[in-house]
Design a protein around this ligand. Structure first.
Ligand code: PLP
Length: 398
C-alpha cells in the first residue's frame, strides 16, 4: 500500500519490529477494517444505538452481561472506575472527580502499579497499594496475597484494580473471592492479553466485574479503540458518563439493554468520560477487527509471525558480530527474536536501528542488559529482508 499520505506530511514510515505499541502507532489494520470504517464515516447514526449494537456483540464473544467500545483500555479503566464510584446516580456522575461522600478508594496490589493508573486516579479516587512484592527484589518469594486485599477493604472502597498478565499475583479468582465477599467489584486491565482469543472470556469466567482490552494492539482495530465488558449496571454507568447527553429528558431514549429510564431521576450532563470520545468509525472498525480476530484460530494467527522470526533467525546466522535467540511465544503465540551484538551495547544497537536509511524500531526492554528484540506482529511484507540488511549494517558499523 502507498505511503503517499505520510510523504505529503513529511513523515517517514518505519519498520515496526517492536509490536503494536502506542508510541509506534499501534498495529496495522486489515483493508476489510479500513473499508468498514470508510463506509461508517459516510452515514450518521444515533451513537448510543451503535454502541448498544456493538455491546451486544462484545457481550456475545466475551460471555459478559454487557459490552461497550472505549477509546482504549486506558479509557476503559477511567470509565470503569467512574462507574464503580457513582453506580447509576446521575448526581454523583455530575460531581466527579469530586468524590466527597462517595466510595473514593481503589485497592491495587503494589506489584500491579504502573503509569496507566493515571486513568484510575483521574476519577478522583485514591489508590491504596497493598502487599510487598519481594519476589522482584531478590529478597523473598512472595507478592501481595488475597487476604491482604480483603484486609484493606473498607466502606470507602470503590473497586479492586487488577492488571492481568501471565505472572500476576495473587490469582484473579482469589482476589474476586475476597472482593465479592464484601460486595466490591474487580476491574481487570487486560489491555495486551489478546491473543490468545480464549482470554476474551477468561477473566469474566474467573469472576471479574469489568474487563478492559485494547482494540489497537493485536486485535487490529483502530489505534484509539478498546473493548470493555462486564456487569450490565457497570457498563450502563460507564455509558452514561461517556455518551454525549446534551438532550432534553423527554427526548432521551437510552438503549433498553443498559438501563430503564425510569431507574434514573434524570440524565447526567457530559460526564467525566466525555474526553474519551469514541466515533462511529472507531466503533465500526473495532467491531470489524474483533469479528476477524475471533474468526481466526490462534494457531493460524501465529503462522506468519513464526515464519518471519524463523527467516530472521536463519538470516542472522550468516551475519558476523550478532547472535540471535528465538522464543516461541508460549500460550500468547507471539514469537520473538532476541539480538545481541558483539561490539555494541543494547542502547547503541537500538539507536543505530532507529536512525539512518530504513529506520527500524526494535523492542528495547532488554537494552540495558545488552539485547534488543523483534516482535513480528507489525511487520509488513518485505520487512524481513529490510531488517536483515539493517542488521548487517548495524553489526558491520560497529
Ligand atoms: C497497552 C496497555 C494499556 C493501554 O491500552 P490503550 O488501549 O492504549 O489505552 C493499559 N494497560 C496495559 C497493561 C497495557 O499494556
Amino acid at each position: 500500500m502507498s505511503d503517499h499520505i505520510y510523504e505529503t506530511l513529511g513523515v517517514e514510515t518505519i519498520v515496526n519490529a517492536a509490536g503494536p505499541v502506542t508510541r509506534l502507532s499501534g498495529a496495522l489494520m486489515d483493508p476489510e477494517v479500513t473499508a468498514a470504517m470508510a463506509e461508517a464515516a459516510g452515514h450518521c447514526v444515533d451513537i448510543a444505538e451503535l454502541q448498544a449494537a456493538a455491546g451486544r456483540y462484545i457481550a456475545e464473544v466475551t460471555g459478559a452481561e454487557a459490552g461497550y467500545v472505549t477509546s482504549g483500555a486506558s479509557a476503559g479503566l477511567l470509565l470503569g472506575v467512574a462507574a464503580c464510584v457513582t453506580g447509576l446516580d446521575p448526581g454523583a456522575m455530575n460531581r466527579l472527580p469530586d468524590t466527597a461522600g462517595l466510595p473514593s478508594e481503589v485497592i491495587m496490589p503494589r506489584s500491579h502499579r504502573n503509569f496507566y493508573d493515571h486513568a484510575i486516579r483521574s476519577v478522583g479516587v485514591k489508590l491504596i497499594e497493598v502487599g510487598i512484592p519481594d519476589r522482584f527484589s531478590g529478597a523473598g518469594v512472595r507478592d501481595t496475597e488475597a487476604w491482604e486485599i480483603g484486609d484493606a477493604i473498607t466502606e470507602r472502597t470503590a473497586a479492586i484494580a487488577y492488571v492481568a498478565n501471565a505472572r500476576s499475583r495473587p490469582p484473579l479468582e482469589e482476589v474476586v473471592k475476597v472482593a465479592h465477599d464484601r460486595d466490591v467489584p474487580v476491574i481487570v486491565d487486560a489491555a495486551g492479553q489478546l491473543p490468545p482469543a480464549s482470554n476474551l472470556k477468561r477473566f469474566i469466567a474467573q469472576g471479574a466485574d469489568l474487563v478492559c482490552f485494547s482494540g489497537g494492539k493485536v486485535v487490529g482495530g483502530p489505534q484509539g479503540s478498546g473493548i470493555a465488558c462486564g456487569r450490565r449496571d457497570l457498563i450502563a454507568a460507564m455509558a452514561l458518563q461517556h455518551l454525549d447527553l446534551d438532550v432534553h429528558y423527554e427526548l432521551w431514549d437510552p438503549p433498553a439493554e443498559w438501563i430503564d429510564k425510569k431507574d434514573v431521576p434524570g440524565a447526567p450532563h457530559h460526564g467525566i468520560g466525555r474526553p474519551c470520545k469514541v466515533g462511529k468509525e472507531a466503533i465500526v472498525g473495532l467491531l470489524t477487527a474483533l469479528r476477524r480476530f475471533v474468526a481466526v484460530s490462534d494457531e493460524d494467527r501465529s503462522r506468519g509471525w513464526i515464519a518471519d522470526i524463523k527467516a530472521l533467525e536463519e538470516g542472522v546466522a550468516g551475519i558476523d558480530g550478532v547472535g540471535a535467540i528465538a522464543s516461541d511465544g508460549g500460550e500468547r503465540g507471539i514469537p520473538s527474536l532476541t539480538l545481541a551484538f558483539d561490539r555494541l551495547d543494547g542502547i547503541d544497537a537500538a539507536r543505530r536501528f532507529m536512525t539512518g536509511a530504513c529506520r527500524v524500531f526494535v523492542g528495547t526492554s532488554g537494552a540495558r542488559e545488552g539485547v534488543v528484540s523483534v516482535n513480528p506482529v507489525c511487520l509488513r511484507d518485505g520487512d524481513v529482508e529490510k531488517m536483515l540488511e539493517k542488521i548487517r549494517s548495524v553489526a558491520g558499523d560497529a
